[in-house]
Design a protein around this ligand. Structure first.
Ligand code: ATP
Ligand code: MG
Length: 257
């Protein structure tokens, strides 16, 4: 796809097959994800979106079922399966569908704890990063006077923004987001969409979305998966105005998925 020619690619996936218990879940996926873009992954339930996303920070390996991968995935030109997984996950952050803050930790510690576990010990620095991260996601004003309250006291939308702040605190190069707005209300979704647009100035975002309208609003490029295969991939302008494939066409007008 032409997107990859314009800027450096964060991910270059070629002929990727992924099998779980000998069943092909991803089939012959080739796609390039350019730097500083919002790259959408769309497709109906079960099409392999989350699986593909989890390859990108190698979370896929933590499954206990038998996993086999064929093909190549390069992260900034390097074989992703040769990179130390802990280092990779520091650079490639992830936000899940269900907000998953550490519920019993305070709002402050939700962000401070991962920093400490990555070797940042200086209290003043931690404090600074906590504030910066909360400001980035628009939470600072809402929570600055109750940083010691448990994260479970926040609303769903606030919890999701907290998990984004937690990921941002580690200054990732990439943020993987798996349907980050599907469990929260419209207003909170809007906040997160606006945040995504801001964040792409400093990082690459790979966004799985079930919602074609949302994908059209926030993504620059989009890949459409169906049954583990890549049906179509290109700039969002193209895909949403003149999709080439019949399946993509039906999906973007909301007839499938
Ligand atoms: N750990 C696993 N063991 C066995 N099968 C799995 C596992 N993870 C995913 N699958 C299968 O892989 C296929 C793709 O799943 P995946 O979660 O990637 O779909 P998805 O596109 O994210 O769907 P949704 O929109 O419902 O989240 C499904 O058929 C699913 O059952
Ligand atoms: Mg999924």
């Amino acid at each position: 796809m032409e997107a990859g020619e314009r800027t450096e690619d964060v991910f270059n996936i070629s002929r990727l097959y992924l099998y779980i218990d000998d069943k092909a879940i991803l089939k012959n996926i080739s796609v390039k994800i350019p730097n500083n873009s919002v790259f959408g992954i769309m497709g109906p339930s079960g099409s392999g979106k989350s699986t593909l996303l989890k390859v990108l920070n190698r979370l896929i390996e933590i499954y206990d079922s038998k996993i086999k991968v064929d093909g190549k995935v390069l992260y900034f030109g390097k074989d992703i399966f040769q990179i130390d997984a802990i280092k990779l996950r520091k650079e490639v952050g992830m936000v899940f569908q269900q907000p998953n803050p550490f519920p019993h930790l305070s709002i402050y510690d939700n962000i401070a704890y991962p920093l400490k576990s990555h070797g940042i010990k200086d209290k003043r620095e931690i404090k600074k990063i906590v504030e910066e991260s909360l400001r980035k996601v628009g939470l600072w004003k809402e929570v600055h006077d109750r940083l010691n309250s448990p994260a479970s006291q926040l609303s769903g939308g606030q919890q999701q923004r907290l998990t984004i702040a937690r990921a941002l605190a580690l200054k990732p190069k990439v943020l993987l987001m798996d349907e980050p707005t599907s469990m929260i209300d419209v207003v909170s979704s809007q906040d997160i969409e606006n945040l995504i647009k801001e964040l792409k100035k400093e990082m690459t975002i790979v966004l799985v979305s079930h919602n074609p309208q949302q994908a059209a609003r926030v993504t620059d490029y989009v890949a459409f998966l169906y049954n583990g295969e890549l049906v179509e991939c290109g700039s969002s302008d193209e895909i949403f105005t003149s999709p080439k494939n019949e399946l993509t066409k039906k999906y973007v007008i909301g007839r499938i998925g």
